[in-house]
Design a protein around this ligand. Structure first.
Ligand code: NDP
Length: 332
C-alpha cells in the first residue's frame, strides 16, 4: 500500500528558546523522510504536554531548531528502510519528537497500533500522561489499597488520570487543584479530600492534609508542581513516607540538602516516564495497560480542548496560565 506524501507541510518550529511567541507556525516546512527503523506518520491529532513548555523555555535543553510535541496519533504514511511490524495505512500512536506538524518521522520502536474501538483523541488524551501515571504508581512507588496519597494538580492532564488510577487501586486520595471548577472535577472522580490550594483556606493545605490523615501525614506525595509545593510536600508526608517529584509546573525543586530527609526517614524519587519504557517490552506493557483500561471504560479521559495547530502559542499560554483542565490537544 502507498499513500501520496507532499514535500512540504504545516509545522510549528522553535528556533530559539523563550516565551510562547517563539513558536513559529510555518505552512511550507519540509516533510521528513523516514530513516531506517522509522515510520512517517500523518498525524491526525497530537498531544500537548507541560514538558513541551520546558523545551520551549530551555529549562530542558534540546537541539534547536526543533519541532516540539512528544506524541501523536494518526496513520502510517510511509515505512523507512529495514523497518518491520507496520504497514502504510496502520492507525498508530507514537511517543517521540516532532508532534506539532502534519507529518512526523518516528521510531517504529516507540510506535504502537491503536486497537479497534479506541479513538485517536482518547489515546492522545491519555498516552504520554496515562503511561506516566501507570508507571509511577506501579514502579516508582507501588501504591497499595488503603494508602493515603497526596496528588497535586489533580485536575491536570496527568492528574485527571492519576486520580482515577489511584482510586481504582483503592487508595485514599487527597487531590489539590486551583479553583472551584477544577476542584469539582477532582471530587467527581472520587477523590476523598479535595483542596483548593489557591483559596484562603486551602493555602494551608499541609494542615488540611495532616487533619485528614489523623495527624500522621500521607504515605506518598505525587508532586509535579515543584517549586511552590516541595516544602509543603515534605511536611505533609508521613514518617517513612515517599515523595515522588516529577515535574516543574511552578519551577524546579531546588537542590535539597539530604539531611532534610532524615528526621522522618523520607524516601524521594525523581522519575521520568521515558526511563520506564525504554525497551520494546516495557513500552508494550504500558501501552497494553493503558489500552485495556480505555477499552473497558475503566479510565475516562478529559480533553480540555482541541486547538488548531496555528493556535499552539495559545495552548502554551493556557497551560502555563493554569487555564486547562484535563488534556489539551492540537489538530495539525
Ligand atoms: P497539567 O495539565 O497538569 O498542567 C500543569 C498544572 O500544574 C496546571 O494546570 C496547574 O494546575 C498546576 N500548577 C501549579 N502551579 C503552577 C504554575 N505556577 N504554573 C503553571 N501551572 C501550575 O500538565 P501535564 O499533565 O502536561 O503535566 C503535569 C506535570 O507532570 C508537569 O509538571 C509535567 O512536567 C509532569 N510530567 C512529568 C513526566 C515525567 O516523566 N517526569 C511525564 C508527564 C508529566 P492548578 O491550577 O490546579 O494548580
Amino acid at each position: 500500500r502507498t499513500m501520496s506524501v507532499p514535500t512540504t507541510m504545516k509545522a510549528v518550529v522553535v528556533e530559539q528558546t523563550g516565551g510562547p511567541e517563539v513558536l513559529q507556525y510555518k505552512t511550507s516546512y519540509p516533510v521528513p523522510t523516514p530513516q531506517e527503523g522509522q515510520l512517517l506518520v500523518r498525524n491526525n491529532i497530537s498531544g500537548v504536554n507541560f514538558i513541551d513548555t520546558y523545551f520551549r523555555t530551555g529549562l530542558y535543553s534540546s537541539p534547536k531548531p526543533e519541532v516540539l510535541g512528544r506524541e501523536g496519533a494518526g496513520t502510517v504514511a510511509a515505512v523507512g528502510p529495514n523497518t518491520s511490524g507496520f504497514q502504510v495505512g496502520d492507525r498508530v500512536a507514537w511517543l517521540a519528537n516532532g508532534g506539532y506538524a502534519e507529518y512526523t518521522a518516528v521510531p517504529a520502536a516507540k510506535t504502537v497500533k491503536i486497537p479497534e474501538g479506541i479513538s485517536d483523541e482518547d489515546v492522545m488524551a491519555s498516552f504520554l500522561s496515562g503511561m506516566t501515571v501507570l508507571s509511577f504508581v506501579k514502579e516508582t512507588y507501588p501504591v497499595q489499597k488503603g494508602d493515603w496519597v497526596l496528588l497535586h494538580a489533580a485536575a491536570g492532564g496527568a492528574g485527571f488520570l492519576m486520580t482515577q488510577i489511584l482510586k481504582s487501586i483503592g487508595a485514599k486520595v487527597i487531590g489539590t487543584a486551583g479553583g472551584a471548577e477544577k476542584c469539582a472535577i477532582v471530587k467527581d472522580l472520587g477523590a476523598d479530600v479535595v483542596i483548593d490550594y489557591r483559596s484562603e483556606e486551602g493555602k494551608d493545605w499541609v494542615k488540611l492534609v495532616k487533619e485528614a490523615t489523623g495527624g500522621r501525614g500521607v504515605d506518598v506525595v505525587y508532586d509535579s508542581v515543584g517549586k511552590d509545593t516541595w516544602e509543603g510536600s515534605l511536611e505533609a508526608v508521613k514518617r517513612k513516607g515517599t515523595i515522588v517529584w516529577f515535574g516543574n509546573a511552578s519551577g524546579p525543586v531546588p537542590p535539597i540538602p539530604l539531611p532534610k530527609l532524615s528526621p522522618k526517614c523520607v524516601k524521594i524519587a525523581r522519575p521520568t516516564l521515558f526511563g520506564y519504557i525504554e525497551t520494546r517490552e516495557e513500552f508494550e506493557y504500558y501501552t497494553n495497560e493503558l489500552f485495556t483500561r480505555l477499552k473497558s471504560g475503566e479510565l475516562k479521559v478529559k480533553i480540555h480542548k482541541v486547538y488548531p495547530l496555528e493556535q499552539i502559542a495559545q495552548v502554551h499560554t493556557d497551560l502555563e496560565g493554569r487555564k486547562t483542565m484535563g488534556k489539551p490537544l492540537v489538530k495539525p
